[in-house]
Design a protein around this ligand. Structure first.
Ligand code: SF4
Length: 63
């Protein structure tokens, strides 16, 4: 199965760090105030590792 980027929205504290570091993969939903993974984003994008490392809630995973 292809890799998939997942955000645990329950845990997301809306800091937008992932969006700043990796805007090709992460977006921010102003309605829910949670980050989301952009449809069709490349799960192998290099910036994902950076976003995972800097997420204060540790709620980003690649499966
Ligand atoms: S870095 Fe983590 S806590 Fe911050 S917006 Fe992204 S998913 Fe949410």
């Amino acid at each position: 199965m292809a890799a998939q980027v997942i955000i645990d929205e329950e845990e997301c504290i809306s800091c937008e760090s992932c969006v700043e570091l990796c805007p090709s993969v992460f977006g921010f939903n102003e309605d829910t105030e949670k980050a989301f993974v952009i449809d069709g984003a490349d799960p192998n994008d290099d910036c994902i590792e950076e976003a995972i490392a800097s997420c204060p809630a540790e709620c980003i995973e690649v499966e």
